[in-house]
Ligand binder design. Structure first.
Ligand SMILES: [Ca+2]
Length: 183
């Protein structure tokens, strides 16, 4: 009898542990706080994009994540000197820190979730170009009981000023995006 009781208690503890572990895991999904290192290369120098962009003005995800996660270009690189819509290569979704495709730009090309906090880009995007043949989903992480907000765009969609896009809780989508999801 005593053995059975202990077994039951163990099982109960196992369930409780699973539940306890399940809650933080969900919370982390909703609002990740840990930042993962992201490698980038600029003029032959490899650095961690999560620690700052340095001289980089434009960073494009490497399709295979090799040799680094991103390849970056400084502002003085002639072909990218003027930030514009044309800087977004095909098969990429590009985000700019300013409206009208100005300031720093980041481009993503691989399927999956791209958490902008990993490259120091949470709450920064003000314009974008979906230069891919798929949809793109932008997510704004919320905490507590409020569900994350998201908005989806079709292939080829362009928004020159995210302050023109209404946000569900009022205001706009300007400086709100925390995650880019590509199918
Ligand atoms: Ca946000």
């Amino acid at each position: 009898m005593r053995k059975i009781l202990i077994a039951l208690m163990s099982a109960g503890a196992g369930v409780a542990l699973t539940l306890a572990l399940g809650v933080p895991a969900q919370a982390q999904e909703a609002a990740p706080t840990e930042v993962a290192g992201v490698t980038a290369e600029l003029d032959g120098q490899v650095f961690d994009l999560s620690q700052g962009w340095g001289d980089a003005e434009t960073c494009l995800e490497e399709p295979d994540g090799a040799p680094t996660d991103f390849r970056c270009y400084a502002g003085e690189d002639s072909h990218l000197e003027t930030q514009s819509l044309d800087d977004c290569p095909s098969d990429h979704v590009c985000l700019w820190e300013s409206a009208q495709f100005g300031g720093e730009m980041v481009g993503f090309t691989s399927s999956g979730n791209h958490d902008l906090g990993n490259i120091g880009w949470r709450d920064r995007a003000s314009s974008f170009y979906n230069n891919r043949s798929t949809t793109v989903t932008f997510v704004d992480f919320r905490s507590g009981i409020i569900a994350d907000r998201w908005i989806r765009y079709e292939a080829g969609n362009i928004v020159a000023d995210l302050s023109s896009i209404p946000y569900p809780d009022g205001g706009s989508w300007d400086n709100k995006i925390d995650r880019v999801t590509l199918p």
